[in-house]
Design a protein around this ligand. Sequence first.
Ligand SMILES: Nc1ncnc2c1ncn2[C@@H]1O[C@H](COP(=O)(O)OP(=O)(O)OP(=O)(O)O)[C@@H](O)[C@H]1O
Length: 250
Amino acid sequence: MTIAPPDTTTATAVRLVDVHKTYPGGAQPVAALRGVSLSLDTGSLTAVVGQSGSGKSTLLNVAAGLDLPTSGRVVVGGRDTTGLSPDQLTRFRREHVGFVFQAYNLIPHLSVVDNIRLPLVLAGRAADEVWIGELLDALGLAGLEQRRPGELSGGQSQRVAIARALVARPAVVFADEPTGALDSHTGASVLELLRVAAHRFGQTVVVVTHDAHVAAAAQRVLFLADGLVVHDEEDMTPERVTARLLETGR
Ligand SMILES: Nc1ncnc2c1ncn2[C@@H]1O[C@H](COP(=O)(O)OP(=O)(O)OP(=O)(O)O)[C@@H](O)[C@H]1O
């Protein structure tokens, strides 16, 4: 059975309806998400913030179809991903979702440019070399194409992971602390690239971050506390993000 591509013409790119996620845990199950409902507009850049353990990574993993919710619905590009079989889900992610993780997951024996091309190879698609060149330039990776991941700094590895997430122009890009290992200048240019991806290519970008400046660069900021979205605001300043975080952390 083939899977229809996500409908990028719909106004809502990602929708979560009453999503719960409980980890079995040891002595006691952990309720990491306790009824999250949200809609993210197509082409938007959203930051997810919250104290450590508030459920940010869990939210990202469930929204991206890397993990299944215990209950509730996850709809990406008009497709209910909770209804897909594991194989269908893998294919759907490969073709329509991009990821940037804290651990970059680069393949050590492949060059930088081959790591970037990997999602296209896996999806059986031709590489758009012009777009790859644009990504390399924008991310400050020009000249490093033939290096192996072992020959890169942490920040460079992170930028390769970002290029790889964007290369297939997925409908939705999920990034977990994408600027974590970068100095503030490079962090700002990475954010700018994610903004461009959202604006120019209509990609929907979701960024988990601890950095108030990164969050403020997003159009919209979702605050998580104890497995719930407790605040949702647009056009924030870094100062306001920090103040809100302190409030929600109490
Ligand atoms: N695989 C797992 N098994 C059991 N508990 C888990 C698992 N993953 C996360 N948790 C728990 O679920 C809760 C939410 O974790 P999550 O990683 O989503 O938080 P976070 O906000 O991303 O934290 P951080 O900012 O520290 O990365 C925490 O209490 C965590 O200990």
